[in-house]
Design a protein around this ligand. Structure first.
Ligand code: S3P
Length: 435
């Protein structure tokens, strides 16, 4: 997995594009595979997680090829997938495992879906429960709530599901299964999670709508059983979760100015920008445009003096993957930052409350873990340390940024895990370091 040594840098300068959005890339392959016709995907993220999704669909008879830098997914329609010979592997990817389960539950063949050690220890009851309510026959290994998952063919029924967690993976699994149900399916979540599935289903011609309850503010997504999805051209915006590391570096490192182009700023994903601005960040958005309902913009980032902020409530799902790097920003900011309502951090690629706390402490920060977040007393100078990523890509990248702004030498162990979402991370960083 490799080791990287990181030294402090003087300034960052330059203009770049970050790779395509991971969540949207997964969904483009999934919907492209079950649509009729060829879906052409530009700026597809070729990271380990998205390649796991491609591999699963290839194994179910879908031809996916790369031509002139674009992915072509030759969809075979809603009922065109064929039984894979043996277990499908989602690798490290929770999105592949959970969204694909929703699709597999509606198929006419049996299937088994597994992953790596990290994925097989992440909770799957959150999708097993609603899919069973829809009539699916889905079981975790030895009756546990963990993958490998096995699925048997069953007719699905529409449900009205009140999700206990604000999770796009849960919502999407249920909505995708809803395409195969015999009546309408709806999912209500406590706070709005990323809505890429809803936007993309709509753009592929599914009958889907969302509604906000005026009484409690909850959001419901509703999908009707589907006869056919139509292939389309997709241009994936840059991944704001990847851009977040570069933005954080630009804010922290003295005398920096970065222009990051075509970054997805869908409001259900851009809580990071809102919180950074509340912390005093100098970030300007311009050239805003959209593709298939997904809004993107160019971002100009300049070094800023940061102050603490409260990070809690409904903003949490819109920045859940950015919390490790926000914790790093908080450690450099003036004042005490409290992160609350983020217990979901415990069930990511690592327990991110533990991994962030341990690594921030190793660098000299004052951080206290809580049941649903962290309290970070910012403003202490950080020093280089040994960073243990626990094979979690977001920990590797967040602490590389912490190290660029710290004093001394930092070692990032198992740094190769950045391949999960941002294979060019270290190269992109090197290209903006100005000597
Ligand atoms: C994702 C949803 C989020 C996020 C993950 C990607 C998606 O997970 O953390 O990296 O693409 O739907 P949850 O749905 O579990 O919050």
């Amino acid at each position: 997995m490799g080791t990287r040594t990181i030294y402090p840098v003087k300034r960052l300068r330059g203009e770049l594009e970050v790779p395509g959005d991971k969540s949207i890339s997964h969904r483009a392959v999934m919907l492209g595979s079950i649509a009729s016709g060829t879906t052409e995907i530009a700026h597809f993220l070729k990271s380990a997680d998205c390649l796991s999704t491609i591999d699963c669909f290839r194994r179910m008879g879908i031809s996916i090829e790369e031509r002139h830098g674009r992915m072509l997914v030759h969809g075979k329609g809603l009922h065109g997938l064929t039984a894979p010979g043996g277990a499908l592997s989602a690798g490290n990817s929770g999105t592949t495992a959970r969204l694909l389960s929703g699709i597999l539950a509606g198929q006419h063949f049996s299937s088994t879906l597994s992953g790596d050690a990290s994925l097989n220890s992440r909770p799957m009851d959150r999708i097993i429960t609603p899919l069973r309510l829809m009539g699916a026959e889905i079981t975790g290994i030895n009756g546990t709530p963990y993958a490998p998952l096995s699925m048997e063919p069953e007719q699905l029924h529409g449900i009205t599901y009140l999700s206990p967690v604000a999770s796009a993976q849960v919502k999407s699994a249920v909505l995708l299964a809803g395409l195969y149900a015999d009546s309408e399916t709806s999912v209500t979540e406590p706070a709005l999670s990323r809505n890429h599935t809803e936007l993309m289903l709509d753009s592929f011609g599914a009958d889907i709508f969302t509604a906000k309850c005026s009484a409690d503010g909850s959001i419901t997504a509703c999908v009707k059983p589907c006869q056919n999805l139509h292939a389309r051209k997709i241009c994936v915006p840059g991944d704001i979760s990847s851009a977040a590391y570069l933005i954080a570096a630009g804010l922290l490192i003295r005398d920096s100015e970065l222009l990051i182009k075509r970054v997805g700023v869908n409001p259900t994903r851009s809580g990071f920008l809102r919180v950074c601005r509340a912390m005093g960040a100098d970030i300007t958005l311009f050239n805003q445009a959209s593709d298939g309902g997904e809004v993107y913009a160019d971002l100009l980032v300049r070094t800023s003096r940061l102050k603490a902020a409260a990070i809690e409530g409904p903003v949490i799902p819109s920045l859940i993957d950015e919390l490790p790097v926000l914790a790093v920003l908080a450690a450099y900011a003036e004042g005490t930052t409290v992160i609350r309502d983020a217990a979901e951090l415990k069930v990511k690629e690592s327990n991110r409350i533990d991994t962030v706390t341990a690594n921030l402490r190793a660098m000299g920060a004052d951080v206290t873990p809580t049941e649903d977040g962290m309290i970070i007393k910012g403003g202490r100078p950080l020093t280089g340390a040994q960073i243990h990523t626990c094979l979690d890509h977001r920990i590797a990248m967040a602490f590389t940024i912490a190290a660029l702004a710290a004093s001394g030498e930092t070692t990032i162990h198992d740094s190769g895990c950045v391949d999960i979402s941002y294979p060019a991370f270290f190269t992109d960083l090197e290209n903006i370091i100005s000597h």
